[in-house]
Design a protein around this ligand. Structure first.
Ligand code: ZN
Ligand code: ZN
Length: 339
């Protein structure tokens, strides 16, 4: 008998510890079948640049007031979250491609919504997992060169060795439900790693050597943000909401879902993202991500927000709580944590 958590598999690998709703895509040979079927599928063309505008955001410099939350969409899963007087980057990606190569792989449709050299001082970087659309080595090196060990890097188990190999020492390696307190600012900011339904790999021979996760950020005054990372829909959002919520803002992935038979275990679609938001407690601003930046899968790159708006309306959720940000745009929530 060991008391190893269910998501810790044998031989140091991690695993999804619950039954997956659509397991077909996890069968062997899925990538080959997808690529084979893709030869015969007419994929939608790339959208014109005007369909994905880049706008100037409202980043607070150097930091936002403690009573505010500012969420700036840099693109894909990258955000600058200003909360509790701290500046926190989520899955920062400023590179030209979501790929291990500079000459091939999914190319960026839109420049980063906030340039690397336009960032305010960064206090922490949260990494959800090691896939190339979320963990970009060039961006990591640039951030480390600019901010050094003033930045606290927080990532699920297994990423610390990769970060140390890139010269980064100020790392918290966290399991699901582990919490890290960030010093400085006005009062405590606690970052808690939470479950997600996904997988990891950077090199061919690696598979689930590193854990994946989502994150909750909460200040002592009660300001709170949930970042869903990369995830298929699973039944755990009720528990995340009960343990770590409610949230003022919920950042959820809505893209990279076609073909469903293959993508469903690892990527939720817009309807599932709304279902997850309701499971979390139907509270706070919904900010979609993981769409419109890198073209990873087969759906039309402009389809996710259209389906999201329809799913939101069908669920009868308040229109004012849905915030489909453009690249670079900032959601500002004021008067938080004040009596
Ligand atoms: Zn991923
Ligand atoms: Zn992803």
């Amino acid at each position: 008998m060991t008391d190893r958590p269910a998501h810790h598999g044998p031989e140091g690998r991690f695993r999804i510890p619950w039954p997956v709703e659509n397991p077909e895509g996890r069968a062997r040979g899925g990538v080959l079948r997808w690529q084979w079927e893709r030869i015969w599928t007419r994929l939608p063309s790339n959208p014109p640049p005007s369909a994905l505008p880049l706008v100037a955001g409202r980043v607070a410099r150097p930091r936002a007031d403690a009573g505010e939350i500012r969420v700036t969409w840099i693109g894909h899963a990258s955000f600058l979250v200003q909360i509790g007087g701290r500046n926190v980057l989520l899955d920062p990606h400023f590179g030209p491609r979501a790929s291990p190569f500079r000459w091939m792989g999914p190319r960026r449709l839109v420049p980063p919504g906030l340039a690397l050299d336009a960032l305010p001082p960064v206090d922490a970087v949260l990494l959800s997992h090691d896939h190339y659309d979320h963990l970009d080595a060039w961006s990591v090196r640039q951030l480390h060169r600019r901010f050094g060990d003033a930045v606290r890097w927080i990532a699920p188990l297994g990423h610390a060795a990769w970060l140390r190999a890139h010269g980064i020492g100020n790392v918290a390696d966290v399991d699901w439900w582990d919490a890290v307190d960030l010093p400085g600012g006005e009062g405590a900011l606690t970052v808690t790693c939470a479950p997600a339904q996904h997988w990891t790999r950077r090199r061919m021979r690696e598979y689930n050597d590193r854990l994946w996760g989502s994150f909750a950020l909460r200040t002592a005054a009660g300001a709170s943000v949930y970042f869903g990372g990369d995830s298929g829909y699973f039944g755990g959002y009720g528990e995340i909401g009960a343990r770590l919520g409610p949230f003022h803002a919920v950042l959820m992935p809505i893209g990279a879902y076609e073909p469903r038979w293959f993508m469903a275990p690892a990527h939720m679609n817009p309807e599932e993202a709304v279902r997850a938001y309701r499971d979390l407690g139907s509270r706070g601003a919904f900010v979609p991500m993981h769409w419109g930046t890198f073209r990873l899968t087969d759906e039309d790159p402009l389809e996710p927000p259209v389906r999201l708006r329809a799913a939101w309306a069908n669920a009868g959720l308040p229109p004012d709580d849905l915030h489909v940000l453009r690249h670079g745009e900032t959601l500002v929530l004021e008067g938080i944590g004040r009596a």
